[in-house]
Design a protein around this ligand. Structure first.
Ligand SMILES: Cc1cc2nc3c(=O)[nH]c(=O)nc-3n(C[C@H](O)[C@H](O)[C@H](O)COP(=O)(O)OP(=O)(O)OC[C@H]3O[C@@H](n4cnc5c(N)ncnc54)[C@H](O)[C@@H]3O)c2cc1C
Length: 332
């Protein structure tokens, strides 16, 4: 068994990295456990993607992210987070998945991974909200040509591509595919297509404008749909909003209709959840981000503080409180 730690942080996204740096500064013994790579969610953004956010909303310290243009690309942001880890020599185990957390704040928690077992006085979940991509649940969705993430358009030049979804991720994927020579169809619900309200999740105008140019140039087709009926090896059948059945030739499908966090470990610990603005979220104290299970904390994308800025800022408020309590010997 490893030496007991003060704090285990699950996830090395912006929230987990921010928490680790504060834990380090506070002199806590800590470990970040990450199933993928450093900032894995950002690594899985489309290649070359420009962030929606300005540097001050995503950088770890003011003035340290200096993109070539106004907003950073995926690559610039990823490198920024990696160098944050290297510069602060943060303790992170990558490629290690947490599979169970048990215990309580009096006796400590046992964190089991697919490789090892650790003990910690406190556990902070920074697990993001990308674990479970939403599915259409239609015949053929299990085919190899169907993807629930979009990373790059380059394998699909001159191929027939279908993108399903109404948010920014779907719109960006359709745009990138169309711009790089894929014969692209975007299947979208009318209410999403007609939504122009940024507060109600409408497509960003800097995605929509070039998308409309692709449509006007005849390179991209938009189908207002009710349902995807079936995906087969070479075709997709779509029920349009007027009720007609449309079968189109198809080589690749991207289903980009959102994703949800995996709350299984938290629920097993006894953490309560509730319906948030968009999806199910854990219940937590809005000052301390501690859940109803004492000693278990939540931060980042799967809480109501969803964007990168609060994912970085919240740990800076709460990790010093955890450190203070541990220093005072508060084991409740
Ligand atoms: C395509 C796309 C574009 C986006 N663009 C923007 C944008 O422009 N601006 C913006 O503010 N936000 C944007 N977001 C949202 C942004 O990515 C999140 O707000 C941000 O990643 C949240 O950071 P986080 O640390 O909370 O979660 P994440 O970055 O998702 O990190 C969570 C980490 O936990 C790990 N993990 C999960 N479960 C386990 C486990 N059991 N064991 C070990 N590790 C585990 C995951 O592998 C992951 O690395 C975008 C999201 C997507 C998908």
């Amino acid at each position: 068994m490893n030496q007991p730690l003060d704090l285990i942080i699950i996830g090395a996204g912006p929230a987990g990295l921010s928490a680790a740096e504060v834990a380090n500064r506070e002199g806590l013994t800590y470990l970040v456990i990450e199933q993928g790579t450093i900032a894995d969610t950002i690594r899985q953004y489309p290649v070359g993607r420009t962030m929606f956010s300005t540097p001050n909303e995503v950088e770890m310290n003011e003035g340290t992210l200096k993109p070539v243009r106004e907003k950073p690309t995926r690559e610039e942001l990823l490198s920024h987070y990696i160098h944050f880890v290297l510069d602060h020599d943060l303790r992170i185990n990558t490629g290690e998945e947490v599979v169970d957390v048990a215990g309580n704040d009096n006796d400590g928690f046992i964190v089991r991974t697919d490789r090892d077992e650790y003990r910690a006085a406190r556990v902070l979940f920074a697990i993001g909200a990308m674990a479970k991509p939403r599915r259409l649940n239609v015949p053929g969705e299990e085919l190899a040509k169907v993807h629930h993430r979009f990373v790059e358009p380059y394998p699909y030049v001159r191929k027939d591509a279908l993108v399903v979804g109404g948010g920014n991720s779907a719109a960006e994927a359709a745009l990138f595919l169309s711009e790089e020579g894929a014969q692209t169809t975007m299947a979208i619900w009318r209410e999403d297509w007609e939504n122009r309200d940024p507060k109600a999740g409408a497509m960003k105008h800097w995605v929509r404008n070039p998308l409309e140019q692709e449509i006007a140039a005849g390179r991209l087709r938009v189908v207002l749909y009710k349902q995807i009926e079936e995906i087969t090896e070479h075709e997709v059948t779509i029920k349009t909003e007027t009720g007609e059945s449309l079968t189109i030739t198809n080589d690749v499908v991207f289903v980009l209709v959102g994703s949800d966090a995996d709350l299984t470990l938290l629920k097993k610990l006894g953490v309560k959840t509730e319906q948030g603005k968009l999806t199910e979220v854990p219940v937590y104290d809005t000052e301390t981000f501690e859940t109803n299970v004492r000693g278990i904390y939540v931060v980042g994308h799967f809480t109501n503080a969803r964007h990168i800025k609060p994912a970085i800022d919240v740990p800076r408020r709460i990790v010093p409180l955890i450190a203070k309590a541990l220093r005072a010997g508060v084991r409740r």
